[in-house]
Design a protein around this ligand. Structure first.
Ligand code: GTP
Ligand code: MG
Length: 407
């Protein structure tokens, strides 16, 4: 579109000004694409899974190469995060790929703390990026962003259910990374078992509140393919680095005495990755081919929704039950308190009456003592009077006798 045309289409309120010549901002998107191509893309994958589940093989299969990496021994004292960065090039597009492996995951007797070093690793990468962002002189364009774009979580093909280690780890990681659950070595389970296993895993993830990555469906150009991708989750994978001739084509497959199983994947490195920040979105193109042509993806999305609704329903029921129980408890407590209050009132009344009786008794006693006191006082006054009269009488007799003696 010509720049002059853009200027004419400017929104209301903006003044339209004609350009007298070509400025060049019409080729901006091309410049951005070129810049990304020149600098290359950066993509960081975290592979979490027990030792020997086929993590390295799958990475080799996906990227059509042989990354270094020795198998891990099962005697690791703890879980260690090992990060390797590779430069890959296809045509003129360069990809800086970092694969982080969890060495010794699931090998300890006490697996409780297995997730801790993974969480620590993820947080450290976020912290490093933040520090770079906070620098006054930022060099983000040349900074090697080590934040994890996607976490492939390898599930053992037991056909039963998830291990508690899987649930705990995924729960601890789901708020920090995009978790893409993967059923490793899925050639080990039959087709019908796989369907049931996927449903079981999905329902366990939902009922434990584990959030897995959902391919975005809000952009209508990718809505259809992405909802198909979501329907395939958790992806069943078969890894192999061996090339086998099937028909007249060389394909990656695993050969067994009874037949050949083709590796199931679509090479992610060959799909155009956009920018590092949206690298996770490139996974939307990651469709795992089913070797069986007439197998259709059963709708795990629907199962997920149904399970989620069931879970929410149960949650609501539990909430209602708890509310009822709470109301019942409050009522019981209220009755208890009322009873106690009544008893208290009765006790108070009894005490009050007792006090009144006691008071009355004391008053009566006081009255009788007062009466006694008064009577005593009266007697005392009478006695004093008598005494003084007697004294007076005694005095006049003495005078008379004296007079008589004198005479
Ligand atoms: P560590 O790095 O030691 O933890 O192992 P890992 O998870 O990287 O496993 P690796 O890729 O080394 O594979 C272990 C074994 O499993 C190898 O013998 C692989 O050939 C085999 N293997 C890998 N992928 C598959 C698969 O999809 N199906 C089957 N049946 N075997 C597989
Ligand atoms: Mg390995």
């Amino acid at each position: 579109m010509a720049a002059t045309e853009i200027a004419r289409q400017a929104g209301e309120g903006a003044r339209s000004v004609p350009l007298s010549g070509h400025v060049g901002f019409d080729s901006m998107p091309d410049q951005l694409v070129n810049k990304s191509v020149n600098h290359g893309f950066c993509f960081n994958i975290l592979c979490v899974g027990e030792t020997g589940l086929g993590k390295s093989t799958l990475m080799d299969t996906l990227f059509n190469t042989k990354f270094e990496g020795e198998p891990t021994q099962h005697n690791q004292p703890g879980v260690q995060l090992k990060s390797n960065t590779y430069e890959l090039q296809e045509s003129n597009v360069r990809l800086k790929l970092t694969v982080v492996n969890t060495v010794g995951f699931g090998d300890q007797i006490n697996k409780e703390d297995s997730y801790k070093s993974i969480v620590e690793f993820i947080d450290t990468q976020f912290e490093a990026y933040l520090q770079e962002e906070l620098k006054i002189r930022r060099t983000l364009h040349s900074y090697h962003d080590t934040r994890i774009h996607a976490c492939l979580y390898f599930i053992a093909p037991t056909g039963h259910s998830l291990k508690s280690l899987d649930l705990v780890t995924m729960k601890k990681l789901d708020s920090k990374v995009n978790i893409i659950p993967i059923i490793a070595k899925s050639d080990a389970i039959s087709k019908s078992e796989l369907t049931k296993f996927k449903i079981k895993i999905t329902s366990e993830l939902v009922s434990n509140g584990v959030q897995i990555y959902q391919f975005p469906t809000d952009d209508e150009t990718v809505a259809e393919i992405n909802s198909t991708m979501n329907g395939h989750l958790p992806f069943a994978v078969v890894g192999s680095t061996e090339e086998v001739k099937i028909g007249n084509k060389m394909v990656k497959a695993r050969q067994y005495p009874w037949g050949t199983v083709q590796a199931r994947w679509e090479p992610v490195a060959r799909t155009p990755v956009t920018t590092s920040s949206t690298a996770a979105a490139s996974w939307r193109r990651w469709a795992f081919k089913d070797t069986d042509p007439d197998s259709k993806p059963f709708s795990l999305q629907e199962t997920y929704e149904a399970k989620r609704n069931e879970f929410m329903g149960e949650l609501q029921k539990k909430e209602e039950e708890m509310r009822q129980m709470f109301v019942q408890r409050v009522k019981e407590k209220e009755a208890e308190l009322k009873e106690a209050e009544k008893e208290l009132h009765e006790k108070f009344d009894r005490l009050k009456k007792l006090h009144q009786d006691e008071k009355k008794k004391l008053e009566d006693k006081r009255k009788s003592l007062d009466d006694e006191l008064n009577a005593f006082k009266q007697r005392k006054t009478a006695a004093e009077l008598l005494q003084s009269q007697a004294q007076q009488a005694g005095g006049s007799t003495t005078l008379k006798r004296e007079k008589e003696r004198k005479n």
